[in-house]
Design a protein around this ligand. Structure first.
Ligand code: NAP
Length: 460
């Protein structure tokens, strides 16, 4: 397996990269482990100088970084710029807040005094996906580097140029050698990295299949791991929803990043009384999107990340149809060069249909018509995933009640699953475990140590 950058707008190969030799991998791990021995003793203020500088560099280089991303995985250029700025904000957020988040916590035992304190644990191995090539990296780099850990990261095989550009930010920010290391490695080498005693934790964002493999490996080694996996978020529309407002979020929620977002709205669950109106507006809105060059700011439908992603999605749609789903619109590739998928809506997806439990990682929406609020919640919960979800209603108290009953890691009222630097992000069930971002994201790979003082005599 090699690393190759291919432009999905036209299928042209941009650059290929050799995977690391075992010798080079060993050298990089040695440098990372040595770096930890000094980085762990730096003050938060000293670490913040480097992390904040990387944030500034990201912001300054927004155009080139965004351009690389658009060429490499087809993200529309406006969204690409937004992702770079957001990634910069995440780094700046942890540079500013890490010390507060990890400050010692006084406890109140009945005898004596006690506190919890946090210390870094070592070299953390990140495995990251292509769909947000910088944001996913910033989500691990900001918190874990500020906590005093160091990072080695395997990025997805199709975004090597983004991976290398992100690594370079750290060198340019004055980071010591080994603080952040990009590893162009195979899955088999990745297994050996997890086994390596110098690696003290594993953070994966990716598919359920990768989660099962990597979490198992980390488990065999008794290493802590965090798993940010797939999702099939419910988008619940209640009878009292403002349909115009709801429709804008429905389109954005399904189509943002070409539909290739873990927490995208994937299952549209609409109560009977507004179902027809919703579906006809949704068709019109999705039908208005125009395929074009993702570097052109006017383009409203970009390509998928790769030809193989498109082929896989087309196959999933075929399977859904073969098992009785009805095609409302789309279902095929766009008739042009490049890896473009037509915006697609499926209905009549029965529980026996494999599609019912699948994640469609692209512009394919499943539409369900339900009797009422209770039926909407029951259907939302009938999923192996549990990442995010949303509910649309004019009655916010009702929205909160529904949100509490949906079994996911995140719920959003009158908007869709999205992240902010200060809000913990993550799921339950097959969507994984652990949290990234917010104050919880920095707690995943630290030693929380109890220290107690009590003037006690030992029992005889
Ligand atoms: P993927 O195939 O699982 O790949 C993700 C990363 O894992 C890539 O770096 C990949 O490397 C690596 N990988 C996969 N299997 C591996 C193995 N056995 N050993 C070592 N590394 C392995 O997922 P994807 O298709 O790129 O990304 C889409 C998935 O990620 C979707 O399911 C999406 O929902 C999920 N996701 C979740 C979140 C979240 O926060 N919950 C965020 C974004 C995406 P290669 O590229 O070399 O195979």
């Amino acid at each position: 397996m090699g690393y190759e950058s291919v432009n999905p707008f036209n299928g042209k190969s941009l650059k290929t990269f050799e995977t690391l030799t075992d010798k080079d991998l060993e050298a990089k791990l040695t440098i990372a482990a040595a770096c930890f021995q000094t980085w762990r003793h730096k003050t938060y203020a000293e670490r913040a100088v480097i992390v904040a500088k990387a944030a500034v560099l990201m912001h300054e280089q927004v155009e080139t970084l965004a351009h690389t991303m658009t060429l490499e995985m087809g993200k529309r250029i406006n969204e690409a710029r937004g992702e770079v700025e957001f990634s910069s904000n995440i780094l700046a957020y942890y540079a500013k807040n890490a010390e507060t988040f990890l400050a010692p916590d006084e406890l109140h035992p009945t005898i004596g005094e006690a506190h919890m304190e946090c210390s870094p644990i070592g070299v953390i191995f990140g495995v990251e996906p292509w769909n947000f090539p910088y944001y996913q990296l910033a989500r691990v780099a900001g918190p874990h580097l500020m906590a005093g850990n160091v990072l080695v990261v395997k990025h997805a095989a199709c975004v090597p140029q983004c991976a290398i550009a992100f690594e370079k930010l750290w060198t340019d920010a004055g980071a010591p050698p080994g603080l952040y290391t990009n590893l162009l490695i195979s899955h088999e080498q990745s297994d050996r990295v997890i086994d390596d005693p110098r690696i003290k934790g594993v953070a994966l964002t990716g598919s359920v299949a990768a989660g099962r493999s990597i979490a198992a490996r980390a488990g065999q080694n008794l290493k802590p791991s965090s798993m940010e996996l797939g999702g099939s978020d419910a988008f619940i529309v209640l009878d009292d929803a403002d349909l115009e407002h709801t429709m804008k979020w429905a389109v954005w929620g399904r189509m943002y990043n070409g539909g290739q977002t873990c927490c995208a709205a994937k299952r549209f669950i609409v109560v009977e009384s507004v179902a027809d109106a919703f579906l006809s507006k949704f068709k019109v809105a999705l039908g208005a999107l125009k395929a074009g060059d993702p570097l052109d700011e006017k383009t409203t439908l970009g390509p998928l990340s790769s030809e193989s992603a498109l082929v896989q999605l087309l196959e999933q749609v075929d399977v859904a149809l073969a098992h009785g789903a009805t095609l409302v619109m789309g279902g095929g590739r766009v008739d042009r060069a490049g890896s473009y998928m037509q915006p697609t809506i499926l209905t009549d997806v029965a529980p026996e249909n494999p599609a019912f439990r699948d994640e469609f990682f692209g512009p394919v929406a499943m539409f369900f018509r339900v009797k009422d609020e209770d039926a909407a919640i029951a259907l939302a919960n009938d999923s192996d995933f549990g990442l995010g979800g949303s509910v649309f209603t004019k009655d916010i108290a009702r929205g909160r009640r529904v949100a509490s009953r949906v079994e996911t890691g995140m719920m959003f009222i009158n908007n869709i699953s999205w992240s902010d630097a200060e809000l913990p992000f993550g799921g339950i069930k097959d969507s994984g475990y652990g949290r990234e971002l917010g104050d919880m994201g920095i707690q995943e790979f630290v030693n929380k140590k109890l220290v107690r003082y009590a003037a006690l005599e030992a029992p005889v």
